[in-house]
Ligand binder design. Structure first.
Ligand code: AMP
Ligand code: ZN
Length: 104
């Protein structure tokens, strides 16, 4: 989607510190980490937020969690948190679905 920073990253139009990629997702370091370890699992498909997931995207939503699991395993994390901010009221500032992966 035009003007979307995460579309630009998944399309490789702007750089990011990418640590993992598969057919449907790119995982990169958060530019402003809220924890010692802070990655974002970002769908290559532009979906506004969790509130905008259609039933047909149920598989993609599940794969997002599996991609977080795979990233955590690759990084050797023994414990981690997964977080979706949904909507401005919850602090979502980038309107392209992403799952935060956080660990101390
Ligand atoms: P949210 O508040 O859930 O929308 O989170 C958006 C996250 O994206 C924030 O933690 C930002 O620090 C992060 N972010 C924004 N722009 C970039 C970027 N160009 N590269 C990496 N992370 C970014
Ligand atoms: Zn986008």
């Amino acid at each position: 989607m035009d003007g979307c920073v995460f579309c630009k990253i998944t399309n490789k139009e702007i750089p990011a510190d990418i640590v993992f990629e598969n057919d449907n997702f790119v995982v990169f370091k958060d530019i402003n980490p809220k924890s010692r370890i802070h990655f974002l699992i970002v769908s290559k498909k532009h979906i506004h937020s969790v509130a905008h997931i259609e039933d047909e995207d149920a598989g993609l939503a599940g794969q997002m969690i599996l991609t977080a699991r795979d990233t955590a395993k690759k990084l050797g994390l023994s414990g981690y948190k997964l977080l979706f901010n949904v909507g401005r009221g919850a602090g979502q500032v980038v309107d392209h679905i992403h799952l935060h992966l956080l660990a101390d």
